[in-house]
Design a protein. Sequence first.
Length: 377
Amino acid sequence: MNRSHLRFLPPLLLAALVALLLAGLAAAGGPGVGPAAVPRLDPPAPVNITFDSDVLSVAVQGDYAYVGLEKAGVAVLDISDPLHPIIISTFDDPDPSGLNYVDELIPNGDILIIPYGSVFYVVDISDPAHPAWLSYSHDAAYELKAMALYDQRAYGLGPDSFEIWDLQDPSSPQLLYSMRDQYHRLFSDMQQIAVARNPADGRIYAYMTGEPLCFHDCIGNGLVFVDVTDPSQPQVVYTSRWNGVTLAAQEEYLYWSDSDASLQILGLTDPRQPELLSRIDLADIGFAMDRKGNRLFLALAYGEDGQIDVIDVTNKTKPTSMTRYEDVKHGKSLSHSDETGCLFVAELSRGLRILCDINANPQPPAQVWLPLIGIQG
């Protein structure tokens, strides 16, 4: 348009043309009056909640994360906003010696189980801001390597023992069954346990894994299935000497990480004759596992050069790798939160790491590293 003609336009029409021109410039990113540019969003600033202790374990339930410490017991975090977690309570052993080396925490509804040496504690977490001791110092036959909760019962596993407690009254657990495998012929060095109901036959099974004891010959087993439907008379239904490290159960399936750095998915339509559905090679041995839905989270290579693999197991015969988180150190405990889409990893002196999922399928999850809990200098 020739600017000399503008002086002949009516004032209202001229004003309208100018407004349209400025609006067009603003929409194109040019100068002029118009909507403000969308501000650039910087990454959230790191949040540091410090303890004078290493972080040994973590377990997530709902909007809360329970963090086990090397010293000073357990911390409870509100993680409803996972990028801005808040410590809402801490608790320690009522005994003057304190609760140290909390390397496993098992929340289940209103109670939290803490295996500790040859005993276990029960804590009321119906109000996570005010946890209360229900009972403690329940002697097990031997050191508790792992525990599992299912249907108001606790299942305890030691290197050479297996026990079942009734928790209908969590303030007074009742021992239902105890077996000591003195010569390691069955359990040997068991490390992990999972309990689930099998929909194929409606029965409840405890799945255990560890390593046989081998010198000139091997004794014990690396994988044991026990029918615990009748807790007073458990029945061993399957054993294998194949070395195992960790596992997770999902109805009629078992995810099993063995000592050959592979993940095996077993079909358990008949637990007496498990079927190998698939086997995938891992970059290293899987030391910790959590399953949520059809995703497996595996912490590999416990040490300075670890990593976490996220594996889609929707198709049990063809599991696929979704993503991998590098630079994980000493990740021997991890727990995924469905509510926040974040994975919480205990990393000893590095504290608690949070990896958040952008939920943008089919794209893999995005890594967000948050130095949540560290060591005070």
